[in-house]
Design a protein around this ligand. Structure first.
Ligand code: NFE
Ligand code: MG
Length: 518
């Protein structure tokens, strides 16, 4: 029996510790922990509710837009303005959010996970004229190997030409991410930490000029998704087909739905959305969702708060010495059931809901891979779902921007009530995101965020059931315990973001934990 600790697991956002027990070459137990606490929910107490849109965006630099939208929807609900947000406001919110999805999905595939499959060392022998490859070659030649090392060795399967092409796309993807930020900034003013989305609508005004500029930039990204990103995912899938059978996880998938398709809707969960709401398992039969059934357990989390509370009455009392705890993440559950969230869950829920474009995209991809639906529940299924979702959203954005009307309003007057409650239910790039607020005396009495990575990387719950990523690790065969590349590939397929999930440095900088970097 061996214990493998990877702490921190690199090339993700934040500090995640992976601790697995391997017996006879198979993972028999897994515990993953978020190792830093930031207390954003505590910072929000007693503030003006409108501050939530600004402050919750600071949870994360990768997906601040998701937090801006969830907090704004939460305040729309609490302020009683959800039904009067004008069409332009709804559409510009979708465009700003969509730009962040494109940036985030391209970031994840190329810069956070591709190096698990692509051997950057192949560039050392490159003798062609590509400017970007020669720049990487010079970089490696100077011995400047970060961010390409540390890495596990021994299972790189692409040809030298495939590796070189993928590294060239790695560099090109940096440009695509910049263009995605610029795309957002056309309406959000700045990115990250956009300025335009606020309760009642947005502050940005559509014009013929900015609509044309948006389409021009968007089409560059669409070209990259169609001709580079999706083909690269298929290339990796072709070389690593065993990863269609590795890293399945809990087998339950959930989506809150994202991108409102109609104005005038108030119910946070039954709105007409592009990507659908619901829960689904491997039988692909869709079942409905009721956000009142969500709770967060803390038995194995460093909190002294009560366990099993609904987020509307959630508590965040840190207890770094708590016995039996191993994570700053709480364990969100739906009626006690473990759910995976993210692009795979959204694609499966929309597929099960009969969304025709999603069905076509998924069916065509499975045919191209010669795979059946069971292949979706895997490491490569998550990567394929993310790439197909990027295409689906980008193509829709090109339609939405033409629905803007420069002569119509973007905002409806919204004011802070003395007493109210609200919920903002949305999907960040990494999955289901909920914000809940309780307002008293015109100030925030309580604010709770339950974020995608909290679902996916949750520790064991009160019943001892492991979180989705832990379950994806358990049962995996580790080919070489000195180079356990399966661990990184499985965990990174969920695209974890610990900054979001543990929303410590104590105010006085007291040391809480020493890290061993493996
Ligand atoms: Ni920090 Fe986030 C997304 C949100 S994550 S990246 O997507 O919401 O868990
Ligand atoms: Mg929380």
């Amino acid at each position: 029996m061996a214990q493998i600790i990877v702490d921190p697991l690199t090339r993700i956002e934040g500090h995640l510790k992976v601790d697995v027990t391997v017996d006879g070459g198979v993972v028999t137990d897994a515990r993953i922990g978020g190792m830093l606490w930031r207390g954003i929910e505590v910072i929000l107490k007693d503030r003006d509710p409108r501050d939530a849109v600004t402050i919750t965006q600071r949870i994360c630099g990768v997906c601040p837009t998701a937090h801006a939208l969830a907090s704004t929807l939460c305040l729309d609900d609490a302020f009683g303005v959800a039904t009067i947000v004008p069409d332009n406001g709804r559409i510009i919110r979708n465009l700003i959010m969509g730009a962040n999805y494109l940036q985030s999905h391209i970031l994840h595939f190329y810069h956070l996970t591709a190096l698990d499959y692509v051997d950057v060392a192949a560039v050392a022998t490159y003798d062609g004229a590509s400017e970007s490859l020669n720049a990487v070659k010079d970089f490696i030649g100077r011995g400047e190997l970060g961010p390409f090392v540390p890495r596990y060795e021994g299972d790189y399967r692409l040809s030298a030409e495939q590796n070189q092409a993928a590294v060239e796309h790695y560099v090109q993807a940096l440009d695509m991410r910049r263009i995605s930020h610029e795309l957002s900034a056309i309406y959000s003013g700045i990115m990250p930490h956009q300025k335009a989305v606020l309760p009642g609508g947005v502050t940005a005004v559509p014009t013929a000029d900015n609509i044309a500029a948006f389409l021009w930039k968007l089409n560059q990204i669409r070209h990259f998704i169609d001709n580079v990103y999706i083909p690269d995912v298929l290339m990796v899938a072709g070389a690593y087909p065993d990863y269609f059978a590795i890293g399945k996880g809990c087998g339950n998938y959930m989506s809150y739905g994202v991108f409102d398709l109609q104005s005038g809707q108030s119910d946070p969960i039954t709105r007409d959305r592009l990507l659908k709401q619901g829960r689904i398992s491997e039988d692909l039969d869709l079942i409905s969702l009721d956000i009142r059934r969500i709770t967060e357990d803390v038995t194995h989390s460093w909190y002294s708060s009560n366990s099993g509370l609904h987020p509307s009455v959630g508590e965040t009392e840190p207890d770094p010495q708590k016995a039996g705890a191993y994570s700053w993440l709480k364990s969100p559950r739906y009626e006690g059931i473990v759910y995976e969230v993210g692009p795979l869950s959204r694609m499966l829920v929309s597929y099960g809901a009969g969304e025709p474009t999603v069905q076509t995209l998924v069916n065509n991809t499975l045919t191209a891979l010669g795979a059946d639906a069971t292949a979706l529940f895997s490491v490569l299924g998550r990567h394929a779902a993310r790439a197909l979702e990027a295409k689906f959203i980008a193509d829709k954005m090109a339609e939405w921007v033409l629905e803007l009307n420069p002569n119509e309003p973007v905002y409806a007057e919204a004011s802070v009530p003395g007493q109210s409650t609200g919920a903002g239910i949305w999907e960040g790039p990494r999955g289901s995101l909920g914000h809940w607020i309780n307002i008293e005396g015109g100030k925030i009495k309580n604010y709770q965020c339950v974020v995608p990575t909290t679902w996916n990387c949750s520790p064991m719950d009160d019943q001892g059931k492991h979180g989705p990523t832990e379950q994806a690790l358990i049962g995996t065969t580790i080919q070489d315990e000195e180079n356990p590349f399966e661990i990184g590939r499985i965990v990174r397929s969920f695209d974890p973001c610990i900054a979001c999930a543990v929303h410590m440095l104590t105010p006085k900088g007291r040391e809480l934990k020493r890290f061993r970097v493996v």
